[in-house]
Design a protein around this ligand. Structure first.
Ligand code: FES
Ligand code: MG
Length: 576
């Protein structure tokens, strides 16, 4: 133990003999606490993103109680503080609009209250980066307690994964292969329990990645939400948070360039969600560590997909857990990891995964027997060209091999409602060669960069058995989805990126192995189009969205706010 209680920031509130100190102690006792229960103890904030609009987090109230047990056990004083829940699915236009809002909230909750250390409860997509971005900026001891994946669903004997199969069954409904009644029946069967999506979507990608970065108890991200091991893990988070306060072990002590290297290896071996590319750059930015799409793509080219999970494979998170979970995966790629990287447990990552075993090599593959061989595809390829000078990405492991090199005419939509209106029109001028484009879906344009990038296959083609097309978008795609989707085009159309110059009928060329995405339009013609009047949607004038649109960075920069990125000196609040 290196720090004494008298050195903790909470003592500025509780230990002073002036009228303010009196008020802080008095008001704590107003809640029924005995003086002995909080005086002279590290105060552990439990930042809880529970809400009744966040089904993935519906067990987190109970888990907060488990965390409290651990805190009490270790001699701390636990306090639960609610934070924005950013539950995917319910929040519109997109939770991504509110990731930075959550990050700001966490930073300010921690800064303005007498908190010495914290346990962060989250898991649904944006909650992981949002909570951690705030905690990294505030840099008080923090441990992430992931919500855990939901239980495996089945429908009529077939395993169903959240997100991935919703899309599959929806296309079956549009083709008339299942009935409306089947569709209603599916509603109640696919998502069986509390917890995050059980496919390798953004939630499990992010919780597993931050696990590999040392920000959770190692392996915690794989524990199913309703497993009895989950509250035990939560309790241990509470216990460990108290120790971290005494050790003065802060997020920026845990994180290093090596932890981000480990994050990238893990991301690629998981076949993780494309969303992680944005969140990792944002997290690295908060820690003062540079991370680029080029570095990500370089790791992706070396590390194949090993986790046999939807959408790249065909298992679910529960299978992954029983196969040994993240520790087993990390053990399989350990030659590519920086094993000296630190963890919140106080030991190195190498020590944390020592002795990890895999119990099912079909679920967590060996490097010489990947789910998708590198020649066939990987988790992330960086594309550049005259359509995306600052980059776009594609998950080639989830794309159709025949489209990895493709040229075809663009069919361009400026808004999803126009696209949805046209997409099932039997006279729509499309073929399998068509390159479907949706723009104005970026951070500023949409706003908030929604997951619109998995553009629907036109019904006319669907009826012909077409399951994939080349699609291009300056928005994102759900991590549970698949297809030949070029995403995160930067700069986006709404800030004048060249995607705004593309016209229906122009030839678009995608060449994944060359890392290129181009429109075959002459420079003179593009210059001429640049001179044409633009019809951008006006920016919001009021509300958080107005702030967002004026300060958000582009996808290749992590979509953080300019005034929050980087390591900042956060002044302690004045107490008078
Ligand atoms: Fe919450 Fe997928 S909707 S994790
Ligand atoms: Mg998602």
């Amino acid at each position: 133990m290196t720090r004494k209680v008298s050195e903790l920031r909470s003592q500025r509130w509780f230990a002073s003999s002036d009228i303010r100190g009196f008020a802080h102690r008095q008001r704590t006792q107003q809640m029924g606490m005995r003086r002995e229960e909080f005086m002279g103890k590290p105060v552990i904030g439990i930042l809880n993103t529970w809400s009744e609009m966040s089904p993935c987090h519906s067990h987190l109230r109970d888990r907060a109680e488990a965390v409290k047990r651990g805190v009490w056990q270790a001699g701390g004083y636990p306090v639960e503080l609610p934070a924005l829940s950013v539950g995917e699915v319910m929040v519109k236009p997109t939770t991504m609009l509110y990731r930075n809002f959550l990050a700001m909230e966490v930073e300010e909750i921690l800064r303005s209250h007498p908190i010495d250390g914290c346990v962060l409860l989250g898991g649904c997509d944006k909650s992981t980066p949002g909570l951690l971005m705030g905690a990294i900026s505030m840099n008080v001891p923090a441990i992430y307690c992931p919500a855990g994946p939901m239980s495996t669903g089945r429908w009529r004997g077939t395993v169903t994964g959240a997100g991935t199969h919703t899309k599959t069954y929806f296309d079956q409904l549009r083709r008339g292969e299942i009935t409306e009644d089947d569709w209603i029946d599916l509603e109640s069967r696919m998502t069986r329990s509390a917890g995050t999506c059980n496919t390798m979507g953004t939630a499990s990608t992010m919780t597993s990645i931050v696990d590999a970065m040392g920000l959770t108890l190692t392996g915690a991200s794989s524990i199913p939400a309703v497993d009895s091991g989950h509250p035990r893990m939560a309790s241990l988070c509470g216990e460990r948070a108290v120790a971290m306060v005494y050790e003065d072990l802060n997020p920026r002590d845990v994180l290093s360039a090596d932890s981000f290297k480990n994050a990238l290896v893990t991301y690629m071996a998981l076949g993780g969600s494309t969303n992680a590319a944005i969140h990792l750059i944002a997290l690295a930015g908060r820690a003062g560590i540079s991370l680029t799409l080029e570095e990500m793509a370089a790791v992706a080219a070396k590390i194949p997909v090993l986790a046999n999970l939807f959408p790249s494979g065909n298992g679910l998170m529960e299978d992954f857990y029983f196969a040994g979970g993240l520790k087993a995966l990390l053990a399989k790629v350990k030659d590519h990891l920086a094993l000296d990287a630190r963890t919140v447990e106080g030991c190195s990552l190498g020590e944390a995964i020592a002795g990890a075993e895999c119990f099912d090599d079909t679920m967590i593959r060996n490097l010489d027997n990947p789910v998708v061989p590198l020649e066939r595809g990987c988790s992330l390829v960086l594309l550049k060209g005259n359509l995306a000078p600052n980059g776009a990405i594609i998950k080639s492991s989830a794309a159709s091999p025949k489209f990895l090199k493709h040229e075809g005419p663009a069919l361009v939509f400026d808004h999803p409602s126009a696209m949805m209106k046209a997409i099932d029109d039997p006279d729509l001028d499309v073929s399998e060669d068509t390159v479907l484009v949706l723009r104005n879906a970026g951070p500023v344009g949409a706003p908030g960069m929604p997951e619109w990038g998995n553009l629907p296959i036109p019904k006319k083609l669907l009826m012909q058995g077409v399951k994939d097309l080349v699609r291009i978008c300056d928005g994102r795609m759900s991590g549970t989805h698949y297809g030949t989707c070029v995403l995160h085009v930067a700069p986006e159309a709404a800030v004048g990126g060249p995607l705004s110059l593309l016209r229906t009928g122009d030839t678009v060329a995608l060449d994944v192995s060359a890392g290129r995405i181009d429109m075959k339009v002459s420079a003179e013609e593009l210059d001429r189009r640049r001179g044409e009047p633009r019809h951008d949607k006006p920016l919001f004038e009021t509300s958080f969205t107005a702030l967002y649109q004026r300060h958000v960075s582009q996808a290749d920069q992590g979509c953080d706010f300019d005034f929050l990125a980087g390591v900042r000196d956060l002044p302690e609040p004045e107490i008078f």
